[in-house]
Design a protein around this ligand. Structure first.
Ligand code: PYC
Length: 314
């Protein structure tokens, strides 16, 4: 029987299963190499940890590693029901909540290495995490996507630690009651982008679709989003990397000033506060603030006699 120690958290409703100790070991000197090794050698553990029957399509895993940078606290590889992620904003906030729960981190400033860069963050006494995400930028504006109905929607392609297509003119109310239509529209947009070979830098797939609408109330937030994740589930949190990509678009459009706060509401009503520091004319360093709660502390048991021990890959 193999055992994997995990702490479960959620950030604004979106779960992160933080892997504290496991049989997984890495040779790679960089986090990108460790991510690649996780994909090629340890995919069965990914399925065991986040897929059914122990997990579900919504769950994101966060595997803690030794740091690769001398000043960092740890490294992390994020993964989900279909593969790995570059960065994950809600997941990083979940990792910090898990470390705080384990009393392995003090209030103050720390750094964590991810496969797409090192992320610095501040942890407050109350458990609020303010993270400085990897440099974020837009690579294409107002890209048209023709749907089967003939409707044409438009979106910006932007990087915020993952690739996003950010669309405003989709015509749907961004409300939980509409979640099935939002899902099906986002899936269609993603499929059309793939048919058109529309990709991010280095041929990377645009695997997150972000539909934006008005907030529930201007007192709560500036906008509300629905984010389709690579494995088909939607993000219950406002999506840290999606908020970063959105901030990069607002910055390059001149619609948000450096240092000004932009509040991104999620489809379930949770909110991240974000701002940016300009790095170049095109690139910004987003700051995303949120909090996570611990809701589980335990061990996953991997019993080789269980036919679904290594999870069901949908
Ligand atoms: O918060 O960055 C995020 C994220 C990505 C996928 C799910 N959540």
């Amino acid at each position: 029987m193999e055992r994997i120690r995990v702490i479960d958290t959620h950030t604004g409703g979106e779960p992160t299963r933080v892997v504290i100790s496991s049989p997984i070991g890495f040779d790679g000197a960089s986090m990108a190499e460790r991510r690649a090794q996780f994909q090629t050698e340890y995919d069965h553990y990914r399925r065991a940890i986040v897929c059914e029957p122990r997990g579900n399509d919504v769950m994101v895993g966060a595997l803690l590693t030794e740091p690769v940078e001398p000043t960092s606290l740890a490294g992390v590889v994020f993964f989900n029901n279909v593969g790995t992620l570059g960065m994950c904003g809600h997941g990083l906030i979940g990792v910090v909540a898990a470390l705080r729960f384990l009393e392995s981190i003090d209030v103050g400033t720390h750094r964590i290495d991810t496969p797409v860069g090192t992320v610095q963050f501040d942890l407050s006494v109350e458990g609020i995490v303010r993270l400085q995400n990897v440099p974020s930028y837009r690579v294409a504006a107002d890209v048209p996507v023709r749907l089967a109905t003939g409707q044409v929607v438009h979106g910006d392609v932007a990087w915020g630690g993952n690739w996003f297509f950010i669309c405003h003119d989709h015509g749907l109310a961004v409300e939980l009651a509409n979640v099935r239509q939002l899902e099906s529209l986002s899936r269609e947009i993603r499929a059309v982008l793939q048919e058109q070979d529309r990709v991010g830098n280095n041929g990377e797939v645009i695997d997150h679709i972000e539909l934006i609408g008005p907030p529930s109330s201007p007192h709560i937030a500036d906008a509300k989003n629905f984010v389709l994740c690579p494995g088909g589930a939607y993000d219950r949190s406002p999506c840290g990397t999606g908020t970063s990509a959105k901030i990069a678009c607002l910055a390059v459009r001149g619609e948000l000033q450096e240092g000004a706060v932009y509040r991104q509401e999620s489809i379930v009503g949770s909110v991240f506060a974000a701002s940016y520091r300009r790095l170049t004319a095109e690139r910004v360093e987003p700051t995303v603030e949120g909090i996570a709660h611990v809701n589980g502390d335990g061990e996953l048991l991997l019993d080789a006699s269980d036919p679904f021990c290594m999870g069901i890959q949908s």
